[in-house]
Design a protein around this ligand. Structure first.
Ligand SMILES: Nc1ncnc2c1ncn2[C@@H]1O[C@H](COP(=O)(O)OP(=O)(O)OP(=O)(O)O)[C@@H](O)[C@H]1O
Ligand SMILES: [Mg+2]
Length: 696
């Protein structure tokens, strides 16, 4: 008999025959799997109104993913005929589950892969597709022009148009409101620049509101309050603090604009085009390419003024299109709607779309789900209230706060599906020494964070423990090495055991470059989980490099100047600015990759060729390569030896790679996320954690 939780009247149960006993399950795991099997069995026999509803919130390496996989197997044995989805928001995790689903499908489970990626977003796509069919339009996804960029510009241009009309102003550089905003933001007085800046900032706010699942109502007053509250709550984690949203003399102006953007986005989502309502008066910047012809102004590109479209006469359509004010597909096919990527999550929620398809939902890494994203998986399920829902995750690994996920969200999603909570506290991944090392690192880091935010309840990272088994491997005690000894250490381990897997994890991408350089020089093969994403992040640096070989020097300086301006002249604050730190990180990475590129010289530098080299030659997947990866990309993964890159020497100084100073100080939420990132990194090893840190 083993412990049982879901029925308070039955505290113990026999092991159900569907639970596979080839694995030596821990008592916690066995309780979960057994309860799952009995509950499912009882539901299948009509003795319970719903299938199992469980939330497993458990430490890293406790076997969450392993338990999910076994549940697929139990489901196949008890009732294989119902439709099953097993998904996650994180692409890499979703792919892992896809592999398991394919195996289960071969054995006869009626499972389905969501789209081609198996992410929950792909489920959103399916919902929109179904709705499009109902409305008899075809559907496609946006290309390089983002939909909400166009809608924000549209609403902003019209709003300024109204203002201009009221003032009977024919346009130019003399906009009082624009001056006030520029001054407030400490920007150079270029109305054109301010116009683009405001449009961009509106877009950021719209994206935050969409992530929160905000749905405009008919009550403008209430909406205004909700919008302000959501913006306030997300300002820090979503980087809205320096936004021009706050620079308007009357805050309700931008509030009303973002509300209008969302209303258009929602109500016209299935229209072929969403265009300016007032194409004459809408006010836009004079494009730099607008040559002085016999037109209304002679200065051409030096004229940074804003004008109503009608002033361009027959050219106004062209100006509107070039400024991307209209959301209009390029092709001539009739009857189709173009969706943005955020629509996949937001529209199903605000239009209350339901797929009514899956009897079973298994969701991994739920700490990455905001409530809106939770609504999305719920809308894919059968709508008779009988569905089985198993949510699995770890708030200690919540590293997606910037995308709207938080601890409250895990709780709310579990409540929304009426889930019973099952803990797991043993880590089956790492040896006792790895667990000890992780606990030590987390104790120290939590101490540091508590000094900054004494009242914030940080998660209990020390729940993490090894299985209580005599035979459990002790592993190798944590070791701290200097970055200069990294190569020798890697070589020593490779020599001793050529099959041992080794991974170097870093919180910053930029430090991956110099390490790659060190390893490549010594002929050690390296690989990385996602080079495309890495290349995408440094595209802007490569482009600058292509036009100027010394770009990094000017780029870095430029970015710092911008940050100083944002910080009102405060250089120290500027150096801690998120955008600045990220840009520097990208410059670092690009620079070291280019330095490794065998085709030296700018004259034959071609970005596609360079990218191909990075993907195929630099990072290979042969010869038991060392994994070089950011923490974010290594979630859910493991290696025998893990190097946690805590600091490196960087331009005569020591650069800390984890617990980034500016984020530790910014807010308790961002500090918590820094701890979580370190936690993920510290819990990836099977045998040993090796801390890489500059010796002081
Ligand atoms: N009962 C068990 N006995 C032995 N090994 C186990 C057991 N359960 C899980 N494992 C092993 O422990 C490791 C971690 O498991 P898994 O990846 O499922 O954990 P997880 O909780 O999903 O981790 P993460 O939090 O990193 O996503 C895997 O190598 C898995 O095979
Ligand atoms: Mg996992």
């Amino acid at each position: 008999m083993i412990h049982s939780i879901y029925d308070p009247d039955v505290p113990t149960r026999q092991v159900h025959e569907a639970v596979g006993m080839e694995t030596s399950w821990s008592p916690e795991q066995l309780c979960i799997l057994n309860d799952y099997a009995w509950w499912l069995d009882e539901w299948a026999r009509g003795e319970r109104p719903t299938g199992p509803r469980m939330v497993i919130e458990a430490v890293a390496g406790s076997g969450k993913t392993t338990v999910l996989k076994e549940m697929l197997e139990i489901t196949r044995k008890i009732c294989p005929e119902h439709r099953v989805m097993a998904s996650a928001f994180n692409r890499h995790i979703a792919k892992e589950l896809m592999k398991e689903l394919k195996i289960a499908m071969k054995k006869g489970l009626n499972a389905e892969i969501l789209g081609s990626s198996n992410t929950v977003n792909a489920g959103g796509y399916m919902l929109l597709k179904k709705e499009s069919e109902k409305r008899r339009v075809s559907m496609r996804m946006e290309g390089s022009r983002p939909k909400y960029r166009a809608l924000c510009r549209q609403v902003w241009a019209e709003w300024l148009g109204d203002l201009g009309k009221k003032l009977e102003y024919e346009g130019g550089r003399d906009w009082h409101l624009i001056n006030v905003i520029a001054e407030e933001l400490d920007m150079p007085l270029s109305p054109r620049k301010v116009w683009y800046r405001v449009a961009r900032d509106l877009e950021s706010v719209v994206s935050v509101l969409q992530d929160c699942g905000f749905n405009p109502t008919d009550n403008e007053g209430e909406d205004r309050e909700s919008i302000l509250e959501l913006v306030r709550k997300n300002a820090k984690s979503r980087n809205l603090e320096g936004s021009s949203f706050y620079a308007f003399p009357y805050t309700m102006n931008p509030v009303d604009m973002v509300r209008e953007v969302l209303i258009r986005g929602r109500d016209m989502a299935f229209e072929r085009e969403i265009c300016l309502e007032d194409p004459d008066d809408a006010v836009v910047p004079r494009p730099t390419w607008d040559k002085p012809d016999n037109n209304f102004i002679n200065e051409g590109r030096y004229d940074t003024g804003l004008f109503p479209l009608r002033r361009w006469g027959h050219k106004s359509d062209e100006i509107a299109d070039n400024t991307q004010l209209n959301w209009r597909p390029e092709s001539h096919v009739h009857n189709y709607a173009t969706m943005s990527f955020s629509d996949q999550i937001w529209l199903p929620s605000v239009l209350n779309l339901r797929l009514n398809r899956y009897q079973f939902a298994f969701i991994d890494e739920i700490q990455d789900l905001s409530v809106t994203k939770g609504n999305l998986y719920r809308s894919l399920l059968v709508d008779d209230g009988t569905e089985t829902v198993v949510l699995v995750g770890d708030t200690r690994q919540g590293i997606m706060g910037w995308a709207g996920a938080d601890r409250q969200a895990v709780k709310k999603n579990a409540e929304a599906s009426n889930c019973i909570s099952y803990p797991m506290t043993y880590s089956w991944r790492g040896s006792s020494e790895v667990v000890r090392s992780a606990n030590y690192a987390m104790l120290e880091a939590t101490d540091q964070a508590r000094k900054l935010w004494p009242t914030h309840p940080f998660p209990r990272f020390s729940d993490h423990q090894s299985p209580d088994l005599e035979s459990w491997p002790v592993g190798i005690e944590q070791e701290t090495i200097d970055p200069r000894d990294l190569v020798a250490k890697i070589q020593a381990i490779r020599a001793e055991n050529p099959d041992a897997t080794q991974a170097i994890v870093s919180r910053l991408n930029g430090s991956i470059g110099p390490i790659a350089k060190m390893l490549v020089k010594k002929g050690i093969p390296i690989t990385t989980p996602d080079s495309s994403e890495m290349l995408k992040s440094i595209k802007w640096v490569l482009t600058a490099y292509k036009s100027n070989e010394y770009a990094w020097q000017t780029l870095a300086k430029q970015r710092l100047d911008e940050a100083i301006k944002r910080a009102g002249g405060d250089k120290k604050a500027a150096e801690m600015d998120d955008l600045y730190v990220k840009a520097m990180d990208e410059i670092d990475l690009a620079r070291s990759l280019i330095q490794m590129y065998p085709k030296q010289g700018i004259s034959n530098f071609k970005i596609p060729e360079f990218n191909k080299w990075v993907k195929n030659d630099l990072f290979r997947d042969s010869g038991n390569p060392v994994h070089l990866t950011s923490v974010h990309r290594y979630k859910g993964a493991e290696a025998d030896y893990v190097y946690v890159l805590r600091s490196i020497a960087h331009e005569d100084a020591v650069k800390e790679i984890f617990l980034l100073d500016h984020l530790m100080h910014k807010s308790p939420q961002t500090a918590q996320e820094e701890l979580c990132i370190l936690y993920v990194a510290s819990t990836r090893a099977r045998i040993q954690n090796i801390i890489v840190r500059v010796a002081r």
